[in-house]
Write a protein that binds this ligand. Structure first.
Ligand code: CS2
Length: 499
């Protein structure tokens, strides 16, 4: 972190006193030494984990400042550095806005320009927790083996002596440096929207160690077992990408400009498996639920929130709606989403004790209808190949295992299949922003003639569709039925016909 910013009109330590009292940070950056390294400095981390951690430190103390690391983007690092790591979060709802500056970040770094500094941080005894929000695509697992499928960048990273550039590379080099420095135990906690995210991160690190040739080393394996934990978590808060309006709202509330401002819904939830061998912030003081098994919470959130989000995003984008709240106004969509939740999602898994999936789903629909958030359908639609499995296909697989028909979940698959063809119902082009975009386009080129051909071609993407699902005739028939209706009649008529 640099010195005090001397810019009278910009958020920074030098302008804190000018903020309205209710908007000031709970913790002054620089006053709390770093104990956490966070990889992935996007909007979600800053409006979720950073807010919780600041509240926990304000309530109970502890050296738990966060060093925020941006793996690639220099933009956010530059903006935060110019503001002494301060940024604001505006909680927005129909009931009004509330803006508060967050002081949780003790520093910011850009990994790509100084990877050695990140490795050194991971080997620093003061750092006892590493958290990650690096999105689904950073955890590429081979569906056949369940193991990490290293891409070329990871292989190049781990096979050379130069400083690492990928997330697995940084983690593995950092852990080996930590062992060499005898810097003590540490928890690595994935906060990405994936099932068993703790185990996945564990597997990712294990596979990466194998690739550097150290996986079989008993000393390293023993140290990892005894000193490094991988707690699973369920994270939840809707935080759309910031817009010029977000910055204007923040400026109006704060009286100074904040180029790193965020807007989020008021609701938030965090469930964490309590395994922290080097200690942790008193997150329970900020409302975090600590548990031994986050699995039921993850399934609930991925299937009843994220799956329904993706459904709304694909159907909404196809029907020409810009935001999730606007999409929810498509006649009959809310009714169809309620049936997806009640008939498919709720029947697919056992929720956490005492939780009703249908009630949870009602709350989700209310959150999606937030009129001021303007969460774009196109933003949620991106990376569909990485999101569909845990959000929708697991629901289908569990229903099939119980002999049930996944009628509504099949509609979501069909909506994705129509979305990736790149045209809305009125012919407007839709962007395909997905790490498998080339594979998807190649598959579509092979099966463009009919809905059945498109479905056949896309079911062949083994990274997305497990073999047993791709070869399930009943699922295929349902998907082709929906795809045919969407192709012929568009979203609005298809929903009207289904309701
Ligand atoms: C959304 C999530 O972008 C997406 O795919 O479904 O980011 C969602 O807003 C969060 O998971 C809410 O916690």
């Amino acid at each position: 972190m640099g010195g005090v910013t001397v810019n009278a009109s910009r958020l920074g330590l030098g302008t804190l006193r000018r903020l309205p009292a209710g908007s000031r940070p709970l913790v002054r950056p620089g006053a709390v030494p770093a104990g956490i390294v966070h990889l992935g400095l996007g909007a979600f981390h800053r409006a979720h984990q950073a807010v919780y951690t600041e509240e926990a430190v304000a309530a109970a103390g502890g050296d738990w400042g966060i060093v925020g690391v941006a793996p690639r983007s220099t933009d956010v690092v530059g903006k935060l550095a110019a503001q002494d790591c301060l940024f604001s979060v505006t909680s927005s709802s129909g009931a009004g806005n509330q803006t508060r500056v967050v002081g949780a970040l003790a520093g910011v770094r850009h990994a790509a320009s100084d990877p050695a500094a990140i490795v050194a941080l991971l080997a620093d005894p003061a750092i006892r927790v590493v958290t990650l929000t690096v999105t689904e695509k950073a955890y590429q697992l081979d569906p056949a083996t369940g193991l990490l499928r290293p891409d070329e960048a990871v292989l190049a990273d781990l096979g050379s002596d130069r400083p690492p550039r990928t997330v697995p590379g940084l983690l593995v080099r950092g852990l080996l440096a930590r062992l060499a420095a005898d810097a003590g135990p540490i928890a690595l906690m994935s906060c990405d929207n994936l099932p068993s995210n703790g185990e996945r991160l564990h597997s990712l690190v294990g596979q990466a160690l194998d690739l550097v040739g150290d996986g079989g080393d008993e000393r390293i394996a023993g140290w990892l077992r005894d000193n490094v934990s991988f707690p699973g978590t369920m994270v939840d808060r809707i935080v759309p990408a910031s817009t010029p309006q977000t910055l204007a709202d923040a400026q109006a509330a704060l009286g100074v400009s904040d180029l790193a401002a965020l807007a989020a819904e008021p609701y938030r939830q965090w469930v964490i498996e309590d395994r922290f061998p080097g200690g942790r912030p008193a997150w329970e003081r900020a409302g975090v639920v600590l548990t031994d098994d986050a699995g039921p919470w993850e399934r609930l959130k991925l299937r009843a929130l994220n799956g329904v989000h993706s459904a709304t995003a694909y159907l909404g984008a196809l029907a020409g709606r810009e935001t999730i709240a606007e999409a929810l106004e498509i006649p009959h969509l809310a009714g169809v989403l309620r049936r997806l939740i009640a008939e498919d999602v709720a029947a697919s898994f056992a929720p956490p004790e005492g939780v009703s999936v249908v009630d949870y789903g009602e709350q989700v629909l209310e959150r999606f209808a937030n009129p001021v958030l303007r969460h774009r359908t196109i933003q949620i639609a991106m990376d569909g190949s990485q999101k569909l499995p845990q959000r929708v296909l697991h629901t289908i697989a569990d229903l099939r295992a119980a002999g049930a028909r996944p009628r509504w979940a099949a509609l979501v698959v069909a909506a994705w299949m129509r979305f990736v063809q790149g045209r809305a119902d009125d012919g407007t082009p839709l962007p395909l922003d997905d790490p498998l975009a080339d594979r998807i386009r190649a598959a579509l080129a092979a099966g463009r003639d009919s809905p059945a051909g498109v479905a056949q071609a896309l079911f062949g993407l083994t990274e997305v569709f497990p073999a047993e699902l791709a070869s399930d005739d009943e699922v295929r028939e349902l998907v082709v039925g929906w795809l045919t209706a969407l192709d012929r009649h568009g979203v609005e008529q298809t929903l009207a016909g289904a309701a």
